[in-house]
Design a binder for this molecule. Structure first.
Ligand SMILES: O=C(O)CCC(=O)C(=O)O
Length: 322
């Protein structure tokens, strides 16, 4: 199966969508909608424009049967520091983080003991009421969490949920930046101006609540798979506002923010998008496998989660452009 480029095109009626394969002969035509493809200057260029997520896949990752881990090439970047998010479930799963913390602190390796110290804020008594944490640590912490999740297996308890989320591609070491050049598609449309770009690397399950971005987004799946639920601008705003009202607050951070990562806001956004079918009648769902890319038009609301939840590696990159 060739990699797919799924386009949800933001046309006047906000409803056109199309799924293209790598050869550009998707089913958009069959929707019989007059979509301004020329506006995106993609006619005839789609084949070349499909982002190349295959090269970084082979460079950064190694396939282990059904699962994926980091390749030996990534060993030289283990000390590179990243921003992490960590989810510690309030009920079942908090002890898993404590066990990883203890394992690292008891290691003979001084570097691993430092990683254990980085988790202190999460394992401490005072953090008991919190579910969402942010910390900075080297890539090696993610490698250790993957090894830990693998070794404990799912039967024992839920996996450690660590996420290098929305970490700037421009903050990556030079060679890694060079592995994920901006795809031709976004250099050739609009002003060709890249507003920002990110890498997303985490242990599954990874999750991002409903939000919208200030610019069009090209989101590319590097390894494993994710499910994206998208809502048109008005429907998304209505849903977001109704949740804010129920929470008796007026959150104005409609972008991905820390407030939506824990407590009532996290729960309500999650159940509205992923639980209750009637609330999401306008939603479109897209499944992205390694090599697939999704165009998210400006203003479209989206919530993203990994398809699997068993502690393995998930990786994506994205570009916001104008
Ligand atoms: O992959 C994710 O967890 C979130 C991605 C996202 O929300 C985005 O690219 O705007």
């Amino acid at each position: 199966m060739p990699p797919a480029l799924t386009l949800i095109l933001s046309h006047a009626d906000h409803s056109a969508s199309g799924l293209f394969n790598a050869h550009g002969n998707g089913d958009l035509k069959s929707t019989q909608r007059h979509v301004a493809l020329s506006r995106l200057q993609m006619t005839g260029q789609l084949r070349d424009a499909v982002p190349d997520t295959v090269s970084p896949f082979h460079k950064w990752f190694r396939k282990d049967g059904q699962d994926t881990s980091f390749s030996a090439y990534m060993d030289s970047f283990h000390q590179w520091v990243f921003p992490y998010e960590l989810i510690k479930p309030l009920i079942q799963g908090s002890e898993t983080v404590a066990r990883l913390h203890d394992n690292l602190l008891n290691s003979r390796d001084a570097v691993d003991r430092d990683l254990g110290a980085a988790l202190e804020c999460v394992a401490s008594e005072t953090s008991r009421k919190h579910q969402f944490f942010q910390l900075h640590a080297p890539l090696r912490l993610l490698v250790k969490a993957l090894e830990f999740n693998n070794a404990q297996g799912l039967a024992a308890s839920p996996p450690v949920q660590l996420y290098i989320a929305q970490s700037l591609l421009t903050d990556l070491p030079g060679p890694l930046q060079g592995d994920v050049p901006a795809p031709a598609l976004i250099r050739n449309v609009g002003r060709g101006d890249i507003y920002s770009s990110s890498v997303w690397l985490g242990t599954e399950p990874t999750y991002t609540p409903l939000h919208r971005d200030p610019n069009p987004n090209l989101f590319c799946q590097l390894c494993s798979s994710k499910v994206v639920r998208l809502l048109p601008p008005d429907a998304g705003l209505g849903l977001y506002n109704s949740i804010q009202m129920r929470l008796r607050q007026s959150g104005n951070s409609r972008m991905r923010s820390t407030e939506m990562m824990e407590g009532g806001e996290r729960e309500m956004l999650h159940s509205a998008v992923w639980g209750n079918k009637t609330a999401t009648a306008d939603a479109q769902e897209v499944r992205l496998r390694a090599g697939d890319s999704l165009f998210i038009p400006k203003g479209w609301w989206h919530s993203v989660k990994s398809e699997r939840s068993d502690g393995h590696l998930n990786g994506s990159v994205n570009w916001w452009f104008r």
